[in-house]
Design a protein around this ligand. Structure first.
Ligand code: PHE
Length: 347
């Protein structure tokens, strides 16, 4: 009995001491330290359980229960204290960190599509409506694809039309136009019909100036199948111009020359700056040239894997930057790749 009482007073002292210490705690880290000290493995309450084995056997259940009660009392006191501290912290931050919802917000800096990309996407949209798929082809080409297979033999004077960047590997060039993609596309699809546009960067070895840049985009158009005529070429390109520039825009075809098309033509649209009256942009002619085109040359069809006696096709090539320049009256083509935000932000 005596021993029993001793245990009871010990436990009461343990509890009281712990609760007193807890009452003084006002921050989270002290709370953790308290938990270790008063409820951890080597705390006084927990040691009581270890010492239980030394008590007489018949007293052990009662002692165990008493120790358990103290342990639970400390645990719930801790939980209460934790909650109270959390609440106090919340109130403190609510009163000190007030949010002024009337302040004007900070405008995030919005990025946007490059003007060349915007024009390209418009072109994709119009051709997609007419059933043309986008076909991508390489920017580094062999001489064969860029010239030979397009009916431009070595030393042919027509090579002067394309000032070429040659790589250090003989016979490998940066494509000077998107036309080599015609051969890649035909070889992939032959003998099925083809209806694709081929967009992408082209390179020419030029002195860059207000009107000339060493790199620029082109969009190639190619349709191959049975019975395709010049009428299809004209109808498709005319409809393209209408959908891009407006339903009432007038177009005209002028005879031209490209080694890979026969016959060849260039298409003009009515000057959208002056409406055809004649101005500085159209140099008084009332017309703006927007693309080169023609019926795919029989040799080119053959190189693409089609029998020219059975199949025919038309092709066209346009410069989206040139079209953008005309549309927005951009004075210097070098702005496109100059990466000056003052230019880019205007669109
Ligand atoms: N590849 C020609 C150029 O770069 C454009 C073109 C493409 C002309 C297809 C006719 C047919 O000038």
């Amino acid at each position: 009995m005596v021993q029993d009482e001793q245990w009871a007073t010990d436990l009461a002292a343990i509890e009281e001491q712990a609760l007193q210490a807890l009452a003084k705690i006002s921050d989270e880290s002290d709370l953790q330290a308290w938990r270790t000290l008063h409820l951890g493995r080597s705390s006084a309450v927990m040691q009581t359980f270890t010492r239980l084995g030394q008590a007489p056997k018949e007293q052990r259940p009662a002692l165990g229960q008493a120790a358990n009660r103290v342990k639970q009392a400390l645990e719930s006191a801790l939980a209460l204290r934790e909650q109270a501290l959390g609440q106090a912290e919340l109130e403190r931050s609510l009163s000190s960190e007030r949010l002024d919802v009337t302040l004007p917000g900070r405008q995030p800096h919005l990025g946007r599509l490059h003007i060349a990309t915007q024009t390209l996407r418009e072109i994709y949209r119009v051709f997609a409506e007419m059933g043309f798929q986008v076909y991508r082809s390489r920017e580094v080409e062999t001489d064969a694809f860029n010239f030979e297979l397009l009916n431009i033999p070595a030393y042919h004077p027509a090579r002067d039309m394309w000032d070429t960047f040659h790589t250090t590997t003989p016979g490998v060039v940066l494509r000077t136009h998107t036309s080599p993609g015609q051969i890649h596309a035909m070889r992939e699809f032959a003998p099925e019909p083809v209806r694709v546009i081929l967009p992408g960067m082209c390179y020419r070895y030029e002195q860059s100036s207000v009107r000339h840049e060493i790199q620029f985009n082109q969009v190639e158009v190619l349709a191959v199948g049975r019975g395709i005529t010049f009428g299809d070429l004209k109808g498709t390109l005319q409809e393209f111009a209408r959908r891009l520039f407006g339903q009432n825009v007038r177009t005209r075809l002028r005879p031209s020359y490209f080694p890979f098309t026969e016959p060849s033509a260039e298409m003009d649209v009515e000057c959208f700056v002056c409406g055809g009256a004649g101005c500085q942009i159209c140099k008084g002619s009332g017309w703006l040239e927007i693309l080169g085109c023609g019926m795919v040359h029989p040799l080119v069809l053959q190189n693409g894997g089609y029998d020219p006696a059975v199949y025919s096709g038309f092709a066209a090539g346009m410069g989206p930057e040139r079209m953008t320049i005309l549309r927005y009256r951009i004075e210097d083509i070098r702005n496109f790749w100059g990466n000056d935000v003052r230019f880019l932000e205007q669109f």
